[in-house]
Design a protein around this ligand. Structure first.
Ligand code: ADP
Ligand code: MG
Length: 448
């Protein structure tokens, strides 16, 4: 049976001949074959936005390419990096006792881009930045362990690896390990499975002899209560010998479920700092920095526009910027608002959690010059039915609400909601005028 990697390698040349080379670089190259499960090839895209792009642009092509390959799985699924259970990192997990047990310097897994000078500091992340800087100046002395928490895509991994990258330059002899909690757990579990105890000892030696231990996404520890004892002991050994530990988590130590008391209190007695979503100014500064790195001149107006529309995930914002740059090259045109809007189109799908039904109905009313009472009311004349159906369609399209809840709001059965949804969906596909109306209203909602 072929593995995901070899299937993907066979597919790539078939895909390449059919795709514009820019598109290939932007969307296809970053995809990673993740695994084959239940006869489905799972590919991983770097961001949720990229995932949507790949699905809408290339999925049918991928399927065709795959069908030509002997022994290929039956289907393909694209996931985004956020949805992926952490991948086992080859360079940081010595698989068996056979490999040198105590070669814990795993510099090579650090992303060189994740350094202090590329990190834009603002109110939302200043504390974490200062603490990380202090750690890299005096590892093991202050702030040990350092515990950084915050939502996905806000720079936790970046700031943690910046410590490693910095120390690698200033103290090249320091032994360091960067590992995700998932990898750490997997490695630990396979070490105790070995009967002769050799692996177990090598695991201990490896992790207890480092000067800097960076564990990413420690919230996954709650999945494995039985391993917490060993992990706690490892932390104690490091702490007592003045070795530096840095942890990140998507939530605070108090909020990680199923932690053993001692582990939780070890985390809680850390220097705990959080990273908040960046404010507009910081987001603009990040975009400026990234566009300079990409050697692309983009005007303030456009950068502001992007920053206003992607508010709570820097990784997603980077994804939008990459797409903006791509489109500008493709159209051979300077980045303008139209390009930004196009790049933001798919991203908006996720942005919509913040939208309320009221806002959507409000925009429909403004657009058609009607009262809310008409849209949610009982009347069935032509002038109100169509706007009402468009409102229902948009609520269903832009929000993740059960049909019944939508029905409740509009005072209708959920079958009526389904009918409205399907009717407008069909019209959007077949009638350009309707499509434009629907898109205009959508923009109204999103511009709020
Ligand atoms: P997390 O680990 O919190 O999910 P990451 O560290 O992976 O987030 O950051 C996501 C992306 O956003 C990375 O490409 C990172 O370089 C970028 N990023 C996050 N914060 C900043 C910042 N303050 N300045 C520049 N880039 C940032
Ligand atoms: Mg991370």
């Amino acid at each position: 049976m072929k593995d995901a990697d070899s299937i993907w390698q066979e597919m790539l040349p078939k895909i390449e001949v059919e795709v514009h080379s820019l598109g290939f670089d932007v969307w296809i190259t970053p995809l990673k074959p993740f695994k084959i499960e239940d006869d489905v090839l799972v590919l991983c895209a770097p961001t949720a936005g990229a995932k949507m792009d790949v699905i809408s642009r290339y999925l049918p092509l991928f399927k065709r390419a795959m069908r030509e390959i002997e022994g290929a799985p039956a289907d393909i699924v694209i996931i985004s990096d956020d949805e992926r259970p952490q991948q086992v990192d080859v360079s940081s997990t010595a698989p068996t006792a056979a490999s040198e047990p105590s070669s814990p310097v795993t510099h090579n897994v650090l992303n060189p881009r994740y350094n202090f000078s590329d990190f834009v500091v603002g109110k939302s992340n200043r504390l974490a930045y200062e603490a990380a800087l202090a750690v890299s100046e005096r590892p093991g002395e202050m702030f040990n362990p350092l515990f950084i928490y915050g939502d996905v895509g806000l720079g936790k991994t970046h700031i943690m690896q910046a410590i490693g990258n910095d120390l690698r330059m200033t103290r090249p002899n320091l032994k360091m390990i960067y590992v995700s909690m998932n990898d750490f757990l997997n490695e630990f579990v396979s070490s105790i499975r070995s009967k002769d105890g050799v692996n177990n000892q090598s695991f201990r030696d490896k992790y207890r002899s480092v000067d800097l231990l960076m564990i990413d996404d420690v919230q996954s520890l709650s999945k494995k209560p039985s391993t917490q004892e060993e992990i706690f002991n490892t932390f104690e050994v490091l702490k007592n010998s003045g070795k530096q530990m840095v942890f990140t988590s998507d939530r605070s130590p108090q909020d990680i479920p199923d932690l053993e008391g001692r582990v939780r209190s070890r985390f809680m007695s850390s220097m705990v700092v959080d990273i908040q979503p960046p404010d507009l100014e910081t987001r603009i500064a990040i975009l400026q920095k990234k566009s300079q790195t990409a050697k692309k001149n983009i005007d303030m107006r456009e950068l502001t526009y992007i920053a206003e529309h992607v508010t709570d995930n820097i990784r997603e914002m980077e994804g939008v910027l990459t797409k903006v740059i791509f489109l500008s090259k493709l159209y051979e045109r300077r980045v303008d608002l139209a390009i930004c809007q196009e790049a933001l189109k798919d991203y908006r799908v996720q942005e919509c959690d913040e939208i309320s039904i009221d806002e959507i109905v409000d925009c429909v009313c403004r657009y058609f010059g009607m009262q809310k009472a008409d849209v949610v009311g009982k009347r069935k004349n032509k002038e109100v039915v169509m706007p009402r159906q468009i409102a229902i369609y948009l609520v269903n399209d832009m929000m993740t609400l059960p049909l019944a809840a939508i029905g409740d709001y509009f005072g209708r059965e959920h079958t009526t909601v389904m009918h409205a949804r399907d009717k407008i969906a069909a019209l959007v596909a077949s009638d350009n005028a309707i499509k434009t109306q629907v898109n205009d209203i959508k923009s109204l909602v999103l511009r709020k």
